[in-house]
Design a protein around this ligand. Sequence first.
Ligand code: ADP
Length: 486
Amino acid sequence: MAVTLLGLLFMQIMYIEKMVKMRNDHFRELVTLSLYNVASNLERDETKYFLDKHLDNSQAKMRGINGVQFSKDIDLNGGGSFNGGSSTRFDTGKNSLSPRFGNERNRQEILKGEYLYQKALLNEVILNILEHASDRPIAERADSSLVRVYIDQELQRNGLNMPFEFAVVNQSAAINYCTAGYEQSVKKDDNVYSQILFPNSPNGSYATLKVVFPSKSDYVFSSVRFMLPSLLFTFLLMGLFIFTIILIFRQKKLSEIKNDFINNMTHEFKTPISSISLAAQMLDDEAVVKSPALLKQASTVIKDETKRLRFQVEKVLQMSMFDRTSATMKLQEVDADSVIYSVVNTYKLKVEKFGGTITANLNSDDPIVNVDEMHFTNVIFNLLDNAIKYRREDVAPSLTVSTSNPDDSHITIVVEDNGIGIKRDDLKKIFEKFYRVSTGNRHDVKGFGLGLAYVHKMITLFGGTIKAESEVGKGSKFIIKLPLYK
Ligand code: ADP
């Protein structure tokens, strides 16, 4: 699924990239064509200008020489010498006959005369252009408003109806003139389209027309805009895919936890039940009934194992009430030191059974906290229970419970042991519901992974905090900080 999605995304991006490139190329072609046409128009205009000027000049001259109106059908002597517009020499000699006086001349002659006239005229104009065109300032040769009109016309003709900014620069790249927004647009966009104007001017006096299109990217991206929804859907699909994967993993973890829980619970319940049923079998035996010592032993087993069973059931029940506890909780004035003291006393026997010691350093000046007594007792009980459960086999367990007032509104309760310790990675998770450290070397220790979750929940409900510090192989330390009743 991931490969498919990535492939789809890749293809779409490739496609978009291709389309943008194509559109860009097409745009460049159209602009180049348009600007070429603009340059041609300007050259044609210049030719026309010189033609008009020359005609005006020669007509004025003719008028001056003959005092009569010369029309363009005067005859020229087949392209004589030319010396610029003002110094044209006309030979009005034997060949120069006006059709008015030569009705008998055949048509061919007239055409020939016409042709020669045009040719000479053009020759002269061309020479004129070559010699004088570059003398004119560029602002005159390429009039800014005319250039604008031409660019506009040509772009429209090519279907590019969009705003533009332009400048005309000379051969040393200095700007002759430019539109108001040109410099700013150039700064933002380096796509400047150039066209050389009057490339055939002698002594290199050409100019360059530079055009930028501020809205070019809009034009280019308008062609791929329709792809955006499909891209969006791909991303949506990707998001959903990731979400699904996360859900699957979470589900998998939950089902693992559930299996572990059921396995552990079965084990925890099976041991006392089998002990009890063994004791019951003993009671069936005549010999046992007759011996008070054996009878006593059987009843002790039954009593102890029932107690253990009840404790386990109680633990599961604690958890099943987990989410409802805040409603059933009765917060009241409780002397933390005295509660801890009695729990420690109850626990002394158990610790001594493992050859260990338990010490209570209850040094707080103000031990009065606002908690639910039953749950608070369970909290201390759970912590001490863990300290024994996760003891080290090689040393005698040594437990310490101490209280103190870090400031005049809090009490700190520290439960410390010299047990197996907890790895740093696990330390972050031990307060999570159902979390159990996969203790490689202590597989025999069973539990539900609920004890510390319960402790954490209760302490939070009492308005306090709990944190754990531990070093593997050295021991663990659980530090509870509770606000005082006052
Ligand atoms: P359980 O004891 O039922 O497994 P808990 O929530 O009480 O669940 O504890 C979670 C885990 O934290 C335990 O599996 C154990 O590995 C670790 N742990 C708790 N207390 C101690 C301790 N005092 N020393 C070492 N490990 C501990």
